[in-house]
Design a protein. Structure first.
Length: 298
């Protein structure tokens, strides 16, 4: 409370300041805080509400637990175990961006899983950033349509993942994009848009590459890219076809194809049709854009 109105000499926090700032949008902490800080802070909030000193009954809108980064041996870091990792040592060795991205790549932040420190993992992130550094060598006047589509898929993926703290899958999406570009080419515009996507994850490298691209203002003053919805979605998808739960082939259909349309395409496939010919269908399990499973009667 004092943080939001720390110059007030009459009360610990004015009701006006509280209406502007409270409740806190997100409390991100570990399980060790659940029965300590979380419990007593909620108690004080409710007590102060009863006394008329605060405006909200709860101090936080949302609470998320997070896990732990373990030592390389899989145990909780402890000086007595000799498994403590000092991130500053790795910043000196591979750079702050590599360390920052490795921590984000370990796993989703909003889950209470624990992740052992992996030297191979941080080296892999460093190699990825080195490849990003070389992307300018692939800039051309034109780019394949699949590169353009993949860029917008990446924008859409990050736009959904970042608010959910799924930074690991955001980084995976950028890795997929870089893999594709290295096989083909990309335009200057696509290159600059990708740097904007990378900026929250590797702020130093992206700023350097942005300047090298001839920009005179900081990349961190740019708006986050917005995906073209039409380009971000496939017009066709290939899904697996199962018969009695066993994979028998695949079909290519529209992502929004109905079960009837998927079955019609399957029956036009000579190989798949042979798997069900002359047999009665008991049930069809269809998930659009994912799988078609035909269950035959015994």
């Amino acid at each position: 409370m004092r943080y939001i109105d720390n110059q007030n000499e009459d009360t610990f926090a004015s009701l006006e300041a509280q209406k502007d700032w409270m409740p806190i949008d997100l409390y991100f902490g570990g399980a060790e805080h659940t029965t300590m800080h979380l419990l007593y802070s909620r108690f004080w909030q409710k007590a102060l509400l009863d006394l008329g000193h605060v405006t909200e009954s709860e101090p936080y809108k949302r609470r998320i637990n997070r896990g732990l980064i373990l030592g390389p041996d899989g145990n909780k870091m402890s000086k007595s175990k000799g498994n403590v990792i000092d991130p500053d040592d790795h910043v000196q060795r591979v750079g702050a961006d590599s360390v920052k991205m490795y921590l984000a790549f370990m796993g989703p932040y909003g889950e209470t899983a624990n992740y052992p420190w992996d030297m191979g993992g941080i080296a892999g992130v460093r190699r990825f950033l080195e490849r990003v550094y070389g992307l300018s060598e692939h800039i051309a006047d034109t780019e394949p349509e699949e590169v353009t589509k993949q860029l917008h898929k990446t924008i859409l993926k990050l736009s959904k993942d970042i608010p959910e703290f799924k930074f690991n899958t955001s980084i995976s999406a950028m890795m997929i994009f870089v893999n594709l570009v290295e096989k083909h080419s990309l335009t200057q515009g696509t290159y600059e848009t990708f740097l904007q996507l990378l900026a929250p994850f590797a702020p130093h490298l992206s700023e350097e590459l942005w300047e090298a691209a001839g920009k005179t203002t900081s990349i961190h003053l740019e708006s986050f890219p917005v995906a073209d919805q039409e380009l971000a979605h496939d017009t066709e998808v290939t899904i697996g076809v199962q018969v009695n739960g066993k994979m028998r082939g695949s079909i290519t259909i529209a992502p929004s194809a109905t079960e009837e349309e998927a079955m019609a395409v399957m029956k036009n496939d000579v190989v798949l049709q042979a798997k069900i010919e002359g047999k009665a269908i008991n049930k069809v399990i269809y998930v659009a854009g994912r799988i078609l499973n035909v269950i035959l009667k015994e």
